[in-house]
Ligand binder design. Structure first.
Ligand SMILES: [Fe+2]
Ligand SMILES: [Fe+2]
Length: 310
């Protein structure tokens, strides 16, 4: 079996990009971030305009919802880095380039909308948020598979779905219907992004099954959320997991497993020895994720029982 070069993969997949771009443009619904922000709740802040400084009591949304909103927003904020990575790898010409720019424009709406909401509702400390944005964007984001088309497609297939679930569940825990509606709208975009990338990798499975299988195996083995460089990410993601916004169970059952099922990885034919080894590694990783998710759930339940008995 011949191994396709990165350039050959890009060329072979271009017609698939074109078809899926048309499909995306036909079903993506136009929406306006300003319609999701309760502007009349806003008040001028301190500083040049002499309003009131933010204080802890300005908002009643739960702490963990604030944490998740900050992580989600900082993740969206790093868009220039993501654009750089995909524009460099996929190129800016033809259907690939049209997708790169369209995707960037859609993602740009997410950060705008969430920041406007947080500022107007005084849900989080705007000074701390701005400082965190500076730190996070100054570090940038680097794709760990920056010269591998199929690895990158596999990564974004999982990552867009993970982001969708994280936004949706964050909306739920805010207890604010306006925020929930906004994040549901953002989550719907992330879902379409996932479908686009997942369809591309499905085509790659037909084109170069062993290379696609290897890419998926490598990506599921070391998957990290794009926001993992955020200051205090480990502590924040524990809080997010304890609240059931994004945890190992969701990662396994609602992100990794459904995408693997769509690619039908366990029934793919025509694999070479490395392709078969990659598929075995995926199966072993799913089992490991199952054990880790169960362990986490047991610990979370025990912790909840402990807190309840106090
Ligand atoms: Fe987004
Ligand atoms: Fe997205």
């Amino acid at each position: 079996m011949t191994t396709l070069s990165q350039t050959a993969l890009l060329l072979e997949l271009e017609p698939v990009v074109e078809r899926n771009l048309d499909r995306h443009l036909a079903i993506a619904k136009e929406w306006f971030p300003h319609e999701y922000v309760p502007w009349s709740e806003g008040r001028t802040f301190d500083g040049p305009l002499g309003g009131e400084a933010w204080s802890e009591g300005d908002s009643t949304i739960p702490d963990v919802a604030r944490t998740a909103l900050i992580v989600n927003l900082l993740t969206e904020d790093n868009l220039p880095s993501y654009h750089h990575e995909i524009a460099t790898l996929f190129g800016r010409d033809g259907a690939w380039g049209t997708w790169v720019h369209r995707w960037t424009a859609e993602e740009g709406r997410h950060g705008t909308a969430i920041r406007d909401y947080l500022t107007v509702t005084r849900a989080v400390d705007p000074v701390a948020l701005e400082r965190a944005r500076m730190v996070h964007m100054s570090a940038g984001y680097a794709n760990v598979h920056d010269d591998e088309v199929l690895h990158s497609l596999a990564y974004v297939s999982f990552q867009e779905l993970a982001t969708r679930i994280s936004h949706r569940n964050t909306g739920r825990v805010t207890g604010d219907p306006a925020c929930e509606a906004l994040l549901a709208r953002v989550a719907a975009d992330e879902n379409l992004h996932m479908v686009f990338y997942r369809n591309l990798l499905a085509a790659a499975f037909e084109l170069a099954p062993s290379q696609a299988m290897r890419a998926v195996a490598d990506v599921v083995a070391d998957f990290q959320m794009p926001g993992n460089g955020i200051d205090g990410f480990a502590r924040k993601s524990v809080a997010i997991a304890l609240a059931g916004i994004y945890d190992l169970r969701l990662h396994r059952d609602e992100v990794v497993a459904p995408v693997l099922r769509q690619w039908d990885v366990f029934n793919v034919t025509g694999l070479d020895a490395d392709g078969e080894a990659a598929r075995e590694a995926i199966a072993a990783h799913l089992d490991e994720l199952e054990r880790a998710a169960s362990r986490f759930e047991e610990k979370r339940d025990a912790r909840a029982a402990r807190l309840a008995s106090r």
